[in-house]
Design a protein around this ligand. Structure first.
Ligand code: HEM
Length: 461
């Protein structure tokens, strides 16, 4: 938890961001339920780059959409902004506890230092063969004309890869269990996020867990995580994967290792954060390619030139420039982490506006990525936006699929390597077309999924 001390005198005439002002004590929190992204888009269209709204009673929320705001909050003044107790993250703690994603301060810093070596570039290069082997095996089972839920296939594949690379454990047998339990947790947590009393209860009584459904499904996920840890302890093997690093880590001062609860929280966090987001990024990419045959053909041309007759290796990645740009552009339009939550402790000035102490703040990669001042024709799928020259013309924080500042995604290199290798390996053998008549809709849960999966038809190449 944060150690920031709040000591402030409120300004006499603060300049608040504009926003809806329903008569007291009403607020607009319920309008976010089920459609948080749509509501956020409406507010951005109506009020601009910064919005303040009354959620309910005396609870206010702040949205910031401008790259400069993102930079200020995530990087320049990051010490003022923590994760907890932002309501959205608090609601995640019954599932992921206080792992890397949901911890703060010195505790987070120590855990991040311990985990970091597992994500070193060289390490990730070593994982590349596991990534392509798992994909080649999956693709070998696919048939021309086969119908499948591509989103589900990507979830299974990335879970298998996360298990093998980070925990040296084959999780293919648990893929359905994890997938189903996590989907329910995801949906249920998202549905609670419009209910102030649910997170006030959790804030005041952390032991009073949220819904029964979340408890039951977390127990299912716990069994998988506990088995991963138990099996490693049982064999007594010392492996130099992420799990081994976390288990062998000792506190510099006390010499103590992580207790079971900390270890469980980290493994759960990495298991979930380490597969779902990349699977979603790939799903949106295949969807966009199915809608843009010319871009797909150009990618296939690159694959033929760079990889004549062989599966991609990590050495090929620098030459797969167009394939890489496709993934970047896909994460611009559909960033899997479509919102980033922060709790501002001291009063601050963000852009032109005053923000008081204890501010509940949400940034949105989804909306920043569609900001017309930084993206010409923002709704167009155009991978060429990511040529080095055009990237250099944009502010760094106009594009933030992996966040930024010290809390930037620890798995960003892992994810990019994985996404490029998986896309290239699959696209060498198959095209995926959307099943006729299926309307793709957004499902903004904790992450931005395609609603009801992604039914596609495979065409062998
Ligand atoms: C396309 C795939 C991915 C996307 C879009 C993504 C996105 C993000 C974002 C936006 C954050 C920052 C959240 C914040 O500032 O509040 C984050 C943090 C994190 N991500 Fe990822 N991520 C991806 C893949 C991965 C992978 C593959 C792993 C692990 C193997 C991972 C593990 C984590 C962890 C542990 C954190 C918390 C880091 C910290 O606070 O120190 N992510 N991710």
């Amino acid at each position: 938890m944060s150690t920031v001390v709040v000591n402030h005198t409120p300004k006499k005439n603060p300049k608040h961001p504009p926003g809806p002002t329903p008569p007291w004590p009403f607020g607009i929190i319920r309008q976010f339920q089920g459609q948080p992204l749509k509501k956020m888009e409406e507010l951005a269209a109506q009020y601009g780059d910064a919005v303040r709204f009354r959620a309910l009673l005396h609870f206010y929320g702040y949205f910031f959409f401008h790259p400069e705001h993102n930079k200020h909050i995530l990087q320049d003044n990051n010490k003022n902004y923590t994760k907890l107790p932002h309501p959205s993250l608090l609601l995640l703690t019954p599932v992921v506890g206080h792992g890397l994603l949901t911890s703060d301060g010195d505790f987070w810093r120590r855990q991040r230092r311990l985990a970091q070596p597992a994500f070193h570039r060289q390490r990730i290069a070593d994982f590349a063969t596991t990534m392509t082997d798992a994909t080649t095996t999956m693709v070998a089972r696919w048939r021309d004309g086969q119908r499948l839920d591509l989103a589900e296939a990507m979830m299974h594949l990335t879970l298998e890869i996360a298990g093998k690379t980070l925990f040296s454990r084959d999780l293919t047998g648990e893929a359905n269990t994890v997938g189903e339990a996590f989907t329910v947790v995801n949906e249920e947590t998202a549905s609670l996020s419009g209910k102030i009393f649910a997170y006030e209860r959790l804030r005041l009584f952390p032991w009073w867990h949220s819904s029964k459904v979340i408890r039951q499904n977390t127990a299912v996920l716990d069994t998988v995580v506990n088995n991963i840890i138990k099996e490693r302890r049982h064999t007594g093997q010392q492996k130099d994967d992420l799990l081994g690093m976390l288990m062998e880590a000792r506190d510099e001062e006390t010499g103590q290792g992580m207790n079971d609860e900390q270890l469980r929280d980290e493994v759960m966090t990495i298991m979930l954060a380490g597969h779902e987001t990349t699977a979603i990024a790939l799903s949106w990419t295949f969807y966009l390619l199915s809608q843009h045959p010319q871009i797909r053909a150009k990618m296939e041309q690159e694959l033929a030139e760079v990889l004549p007759g062989h599966a991609p290796t990590v050495a090929d990645i620098p030459n797969l420039t167009y394939t890489t740009m496709i993934i970047q552009e896909s994460m611009r339009l559909y960033p899997p982490a479509y919102a980033i939550a922060r709790f501002g402790h001291k009063p601050d000035v963000v852009g032109d506006y005053d923000v008081p102490a204890n501010a509940v703040i949400t940034l949105s990669p989804y909306l920043t990525h569609r900001h017309p001042d930084f993206w010409e024709d923002p709704l167009k799928f155009d991978p060429e936006r990511f040529t080095p020259e055009r990237v250099a013309e944009r502010p760094r924080y106009a594009y933030l699929p992996f966040g930024g500042g010290p809390r930037q995604c620890i798995g960003s290199n892992f994810a990019m390597t994985e996404a490029i290798l998986l896309l290239a390996t699959i696209a060498q053998r198959f095209r995926a077309d959307l099943q006729p008549g299926h309307q793709v809709e957004l499902s903004p849960l904790i992450t931005l999924r395609p609603k009801g999966g992604l039914p596609m038809i495979l065409r062998a190449r």
